[in-house]
Each structure stands twice: as structure tokens, then as C-alpha cells.
Design a binder for this molecule. Structure first.
Ligand code: ADP
Ligand code: MG
Length: 229
């Protein structure tokens, strides 16, 4: 990757705040966060349950709107875009991995990975190439015909990763991607993130409450009560 690309700021969060209104009180889930993410960085947010990790990633992906402040994504202000435009950015540029795999049980591993390409209307020969490549990246070509329930937890999560990278996004958001895995598989997932960042120049933002994984990322940011510390 060349120098300019590497130093490019892909995400900028400016005075980002998110309040949730419950019946009895206002919860400030994200509290005045300022953050710059450079292209090609692997950042891990660490914090206890309820510290605001999921909310922060949802604001960055445009799945949720901030109460105050703004997110600039690749120069676009998400605030100024309508839902359709945000969805289009998310489809083209962002891959999302959730804690609970969220694979469709009736589809094979291959079909799960292929689905985002179908939704984007990619033609079938290209689809096949991209799907096989993504599954190969996570080392599961020999499992592609299996249904999710025939795979181990670690394998399911690797298929979920293949699905997130199949569009060749430049940003991956992974919210506690190892939350349901044992320590060996958890380390494998974070190692594969590290490799994707190095080999493909992808930017990855992950969250975890597991401190043993932190040495694998480029930058660790602690989050506590919605604030970066
Ligand atoms: P984490 O992912 O670090 O566990 P979250 O971002 O899920 O933290 O939550 C941060 C805070 O915001 C918590 O206090 C949580 O209870 C609150 N919260 C999250 N989502 C909602 C919601 N939809 N409505 C009300 N409160 C919420
Ligand atoms: Mg969470």
C-alpha cells in the first residue's frame, strides 16, 4: 500500500454523543467521542459490558443516528445522507460481523457468503469467483456445502467473516466477534483480522471484553461509560 493511502483518514467522529431515552431516564451510551481512524488500521475497543461499544460501532456504520456530533466516512457526512444513501455506502464499503454469527440456517455456508452479492445484483460468474475467494480467505473451502449447524462455532464465525469481506469492503466492523468462541478460536479470528489488514489494507474496528486479544491489533482504545479513555 502506498504512503498516501495508508495515512488517509477513513473515519472521523466529531463530538459524537448518543442518548437513549428510557421511561425513567436518559442513558448517555456514547459521550462526546472524538476519533480519527486511518485507512489500514486495526483498532480494538475494549470495555466492560454496557460501556458503549456496540452503540459506537452502530453509529459508525450508520445503523444508528447520533444525538449530537457527526461521523465523516470517507469524507461523507453520514448526517447529511438519507437512509438509502447510507445503505448504499454500507453495502459497498462496510462489512459487518456480529457477535452471534447471524448466518441463515437453511442456506449452505457458500450461499450465506454469496447472499450480499445477490442483494447487490452482481452477476453469477463474478459472484462465484468472489464467493469462493472469500471462503478460501477464511480457510473453509472444504466446508462450503455445509449448513451452519454442521459447522463448529469457530467455523460459523469464519463463514460470517467471509460474508463480511465478500464485497471487498474497505472497512470491517466486528462487534465482539469472538464473544461466543473459546480462546483458541478467538485468537484465530483476531489473527486473521491482523492478516487481512496487512495483506489487503482493510481497516478493521473490533470490540472485545477479552484482554488477551489486545496485543494483536495496532491500537487499543479503552471505552468506559461511553467515553474513550
Ligand atoms: P456494550 O456494547 O459496551 O455492552 P452498549 O453500547 O450496548 O454497550 O450500551 C451502552 C449503554 O447504553 C448501556 O447502558 C445500555 O444499557 C444502553 N443502551 C444501549 N442500547 C439501548 C437502547 N436501545 N435503549 C436504551 N438504552 C440502551
Ligand atoms: Mg455490545
Amino acid at each position: 500500500m502506498n504512503e498516501t493511502l495508508q495515512n488517509k483518514i477513513i473515519i472521523r467522529a466529531i463530538n459524537l454523543t448518543k442518548d437513549y431515552q428510557t421511561e425513567s431516564q436518559t442513558v448517555r451510551a456514547v459521550n462526546n467521542v472524538n476519533l480519527e481512524v486511518k485507512s489500514g488500521e486495526f483498532i480494538t475497543f475494549v470495555g466492560r459490558s454496557g460501556s458503549g461499544k456496540t452503540t459506537l460501532l452502530n453509529l459508525i456504520s450508520g445503523l444508528d443516528y447520533p444525538t449530537e456530533g457527526q461521523i465523516l466516512f470517507d469524507g461523507d457526512n453520514l448526517d447529511k445522507l438519507n437512509q438509502k444513501e447510507i445503505i448504499s455506502i454500507r453495502r459497498k464499503k462496510i462489512g459487518i460481523i456480529f457477535q452471534s454469527f447471524s448466518l441463515l440456517p437453511l442456506l449452505s455456508a457458500y450461499e450465506n457468503v454469496e447472499l450480499p452479492l445477490r442483494i447487490s445484483g452482481i452477476k453469477s460468474t463474478t459472484r462465484k469467483k468472489m464467493t469462493n475467494k472469500a471462503i478460501e480467505t477464511v480457510g473453509l473451502s472444504h466446508r462450503s456445502r455445509h449448513r451452519p449447524y454442521e459447522l463448529s462455532g469457530g467455523e460459523q464465525q469464519r463463514i460470517a467473516i467471509a460474508r463480511a469481506i465478500v464485497n471487498e469492503p474497505n472497512l470491517i466492523l466486528a462487534d465482539e466477534p469472538t464473544g461466543e468462541l473459546d480462546s483458541v478460536n478467538a485468537e484465530k479470528i483476531f489473527s486473521s483480522f491482523k492478516k487481512m489488514v496487512k495483506d489487503k489494507g482493510i481497516t478493521i474496528l473490533a470490540t472485545t471484553h477479552d484482554r488477551t486479544l489486545l496485543n494483536l491489533s495496532d491500537r487499543v482504545i479503552e471505552i468506559s461509560d461511553g467515553k474513550l479513555v
